[in-house]
Write a protein that binds this ligand. Structure first.
Ligand code: HEC
Length: 268
């Protein structure tokens, strides 16, 4: 007890307030997550939610203000270092380091504060919260397109074409869409909007082939505004692949995924 008193008597009120805030901040940012990580037994660091952190810091600030303002003596003591910092070396008694230190502080503090306000208020890129239309209406030009490599009953005309399609698929699409079109290619995990699992009967099996031609040729950049904002990584292939190759890939894509395309509705 006696030791603690001596320590507090030596540290001016202003600096003990600063030290308190720093210590509490470190406990909240490093100590608590470490403790929760140990208690829960996970390997992943469990950070403290930001809103909670802000709330705790506010409570500490309120505590400090209450403590400082209880007596006039404390208020005077607290103001001391602040006023002498602002007033500077009035009667030429400060050592050189203190004078330079004050000057550096006067330059650095506004920059730090400005930087803090800037980072807090600058707009940042976040995932859109609005729902996005996964399958926008297909442009008319693609709607009636039918695969030249299929018989009218939907079967594949030549097995050779299917094989070419498989090679083209593995070469161009596998990195993202995966070897078996499961949406699990090695690059897929890098995207926020991931390629979907085409083996799922709710995906390409519900689409006509013309729709795929459109999506493959135009890719993410060609999505209409109703599907935006979303960072679709799907490239536009109209420059790289010939129409014929796109049809071959589609043939192979359905076969690889083990599903059938939707049949276009018979109009009139
Ligand atoms: C760089 C990674 C990447 C490559 C390479 C890629 N895709 Fe995609 N693809 C995506 C992503 C991501 C999506 C989902 C985007 C979305 O929903 O807008 C997607 C969506 C699609 C869709 C639309 C599915 C739907 O339900 O609307 C089709 C069809 C498609 N890709 C086919 C292909 C084909 C064929 C190739 C090869 C020629 C290919 N992709 C190459 C990343 C890729």
């Amino acid at each position: 007890m006696a030791r603690q008193k001596r320590f507090r008597a030596r540290l001016p009120l202003f600096w003990s307030a600063v030290v308190t805030i720093v210590v509490v901040y470190l406990i909240l940012v490093l100590g608590t997550p470490l403790l929760t990580t140990l208690m829960v037994g996970t390997e992943r660091w469990i950070p403290m939610p930001r809103t909670l952190l802000i709330m705790f810091i506010i409570v500490v600030l309120v505590g400090i203000v209450t403590h400082v303002t209880t007596t006039d003596k404390r208020i005077e003591e607290f103001k001391g270092p602040v006023l002498s910092f602002l007033r500077g070396d009035q009667d030429g008694k400060w050592p050189a380091w203190a004078r330079w230190g004050r000057l550096a502080g006067l330059i650095v503090l506004p920059i730090l504060l400005g930087g803090f306000v800037y980072t807090q208020t600058k707009p940042s890129v976040t995932s859109p919260t609005a729902l996005r239309i996964q399958h926008p209406t297909i442009p008319g030009a693609f709607e009636k397109a039918s695969n030249p490599f299929r018989n009218p009953d939907g079967t594949v005309k030549e097995i050779k074409v299917l094989e070419e399609g498989r090679v083209l698929y593995q070469k161009n699409c596998r990195p993202c869409h995966g070897t078996t079109a499961g949406g699990d290619g090695p690059m897929a995990r890098g995207f926020r909007l991931r390629p979907i699992n085409f083996r799922d009967p709710g995906t390409i099996a519900t689409l006509v082939e013309g729709y795929l031609v459109w999506r493959i040729k135009e890719g993410g950049p060609g999505l209409p505004p109703v599907s935006s904002p979303a960072d679709s990584a799907m490239p536009s292939w109209k420059e790289e692949l010939k129409d014929e190759e796109v049809w071959k890939i589609i043939l192979a894509e359905y076969e690889t995924a083990g599903v059938e395309p939707r049949k276009p509705e018979k109009l009139e």
